[in-house]
Design a protein around this ligand. Structure first.
Ligand SMILES: [Zn+2]
Ligand SMILES: [Zn+2]
Length: 244
């Protein structure tokens, strides 16, 4: 499995970072998890067969995780690939129907199959075994575990059930939106994340979804997490590749 981190910013603009997006590849299949602003262009930087990018997962329905979705679908329609499958939390079906209704010229050409996922489920998606966990954010939000190897979380405050969910995984991608000095309701700061993961059985924590004040002090973020979670911790960068 190859994971390409496409975007690592939160809501505020950062010249080095697009908003959330993670591309998974295995046996020629491609899955995109989230597609915030800038992900469309990051995908264009890869030598990618866009017709093969037919499976999309959303962690939640906030704009910084969905804003490039229709741009990607419109591009795929224009190259002759209108079929797509979309998976997301409860509410995704109505959300997409309303969104497509705003752009009938796209709606009338893409053929999207939408699946709503609950928490605590296991699905077979594009050849991946995908397990789901409910996170704690402003709207229904999921974390996804792929082939028991990598967990990609949507936005959340530290969620206690994550410790069991990640057990035995190699990599955890978790948001670290703000430094400890910033109040972060329903988001995560590094010390809180380290405390949550203190006894977690996961080899490598990758911090992502960084607002500029967090991105500007990545070494401090890592140190704060590792006070409690003394394992491999890094800060994600756009276009970083992880092989699993
Ligand atoms: Zn977000
Ligand atoms: Zn959010």
């Amino acid at each position: 499995m190859r994971v390409t981190i496409l975007g690592t910013a939160g809501v505020l603009p950062d010249p080095q970072r697009a908003q959330s997006g993670y591309l998974l590849e295995k046996d020629g299949r491609l899955v995109l998890i989230d597609c915030g602003s800038g992900v469309f262009n990051r995908l264009a930087q890869l030598s990618l067969d866009w017709a093969k990018l037919d499976t999309f997962l959303l962690t939640h329905l906030h704009l910084d995780h969905v804003s490039d979705l229709l741009s990607i679908w419109a591009a795929r329609w224009l190259i002759g690939a209108p079929e797509t499958a979309l998976y997301g939390p409860h509410g995704t079906r109505e959300f997409i129907a309303k969104l497509l209704d705003l752009f009938p010229y796209i709606r009338d050409h893409v053929r999207a199959t939408v699946h709503e996922l609950g928490a605590g489920e296991i699905w077979d998606i594009a050849g991946f075994e995908v397990a789901t966990l409910a996170m704690n954010h402003y709207v229904p939000t999921l974390a996804y575990k792929f082939d028991k190897k990598i967990v990609i979380c949507g936005d959340s405050e530290p969620e206690p059930a994550l410790v069991d969910f990640v057990r035995g995984s190699k990599v955890l991608l978790h948001e670290c939106s703000f430094p400890d000095s910033t109040s972060a309701p329903l988001h995560t700061t590094p010390t809180a994340l380290g405390q949550l993961l203190a006894s977690a059985d996961v080899e490598w924590l990758v911090l992502t979804h960084l607002y500029p004040q967090a991105a500007a002090q990545s070494e401090e973020l890592i140190r704060a997490v590792q006070k409690h979670f003394p394992r491999k911790v890094t800060v994600a960068t756009d276009l970083q590749v992880i092989e699993l």
